[in-house]
Ligand binder design. Structure first.
Ligand code: NAP
Length: 244
């Protein structure tokens, strides 16, 4: 991302992993960032690293009725807005024979409903100013229905469809909507899966920001695009034997 590409940004899901790195890199580029998440102590650490650049906003994306008010708090504190990144996501450990509605519901609400709540208010704001960039953090996991994480996959597939629709709705208004589909990134979210060769969060954030204005679906690497395009072609009766 070039220096000064964005002046005012909101990162939702900013307290750890990819989100915290996005906040750091935006702040380093000269952008003022409203960093939104539940863990205020983590947000305070970021705010201390970048005084006057990072504004900590403690909020839970599951409190849907508060979204519009928290969004306004962010824009008032920033003094403007040109980028919103929806990054909040959860992926609880799900055993192969577990069908746990409470975990499933939490994933749908955090990964999908929270995104819809935040991006609907963002879309209205950007539509009236006829400019702005929205970035949605999806996942390669949303490309197929895997036996290991049925509802995480469904939440990301739903998020990709919602983001595509938003992109198509806003395309004639000068508003760009970019969907990022990361593969494995070394963060707390996937620590229990023991991925080897996962991308460092800092590198993932760099690529996300570099691709943020593309206004289309983006993988982090060309090799991911090729691998996951191939995976999409595997017939379901073979795909079901792949363990994750
Ligand atoms: N790591 C990977 O391999 C990978 C691959 C593909 C896609 N992704 C996606 O990348 C995004 C970031 O994940 P990560 O890997 O960086 O994991 P992470 O370190 O666990 O970050 C998740 C972020 O989501 C926030 N969040 C969760 N529930 C929230 C809630 N109710 N309200 C507000 N914020 C909430 C967390 O903040 P608080 O807990 O402080 O609220 C945290 O900042 C997720 O959408 C994930 O699905 C990750």
């Amino acid at each position: 991302m070039r220096q000064g590409a964005y002046k005012f940004a909101i990162v939702v899901g900013a307290s750890s992993g990819i989100g915290a790195e996005l906040v750091r890199q935006l702040a380093e580029s000269g952008c003022r960032v409203a960093a939104v998440a539940r863990r205020g102590d983590r947000l305070q650490v970021l705010a201390k690293e970048y005084p006057n650049r990072v504004i900590p906003i403690v909020a839970d994306v599951l409190k849907f009725d508060d979204t519009a008010e928290v969004f306004l708090r962010c824009t008032d504190a920033l003094g403007g807005l040109d980028l919103v990144i929806y990054n909040s996501g959860i992926m609880p450990d799900v055993a192969p024979t577990e069908f746990n509605f409470s975990k499933d519901h939490a994933m749908i609400e955090t990964n999908l409903s929270g995104a819809i709540a935040w991006l609907n208010v963002t879309a209205e704001r950007f539509l009236s100013s006829r400019r702005g960039t929205i970035v949605v953090i999806g996942s390669v996991a949303g490309d197929r229905g895997r036996r290991g994480q049925p509802v995480y996959n469904a939440s990301k597939a739903g998020l990709h469809a919602y983001a595509e629709a938003l992109r198509n709705r806003l395309s004639r208004s000068g508003v760009r909507v970019t969907t990022i589909k990361p593969g494995p990134v070394a963060t707390d979210l996937v620590a229990h899966l023991g991925f080897r060769g996962a991308m460092p969060a800092r590198q993932a954030a760099e690529i996300i920001l570099a691709k943020s204005g593309r206004g289309s679906e983006q993988y982090l690497k060309i090799s991911h695009r090729v691998i996951f395009a191939t995976i999409r072609l595997i017939p379901s009766w073979i795909f079901r034997w792949i363990p994750i």
